[in-house]
Design a protein around this ligand. Structure first.
Ligand SMILES: [Zn+2]
Length: 105
């Protein structure tokens, strides 16, 4: 096991199995995992909200609901992938639905 680096103060622990930071006492195990998960959750929900808000403005158009639905689907699908792809997924699916609506007529 490698030495762990404290997220709070940046100091390295002397014991690989240490659960708390030698210098500041911060938890090295649970808090690290929880904060990463919290950031990921926040990022996903923020991206989904952002995508929804963007398409709300265009809600008067008949095709807008389908576009917004596509963006939501893309965001949901993106949530299953690494977190950075969420925005890309929403943009891709939203753009695809928009493209279909514009070219169908
Ligand atoms: Zn520390």
């Amino acid at each position: 096991m490698a030495l762990q680096t404290c997220l709070k103060c940046g100091s390295k622990t002397r014991k690989p199995e240490a659960k708390f930071c030698d210098a500041c006492g911060a938890s090295l195990t649970v808090e690290q995992r929880d904060s990463t998960l919290a950031v990921a959750k926040e990022f996903i929900s923020d991206s989904a909200k952002e995508a929804t808000e963007q398409f709300k403005d265009a809600a008067r158009h008949p095709a807008a609901k389908k576009i917004a639905g596509g963006a939501a689907l893309g965001g949901a699908a993106g949530a299953l992938l690494p977190i950075l792809t969420v925005g890309v997924g929403a943009a891709l699916v939203g753009g695809l639905v928009a493209y279909k609506q514009l070219t169908k007529k």
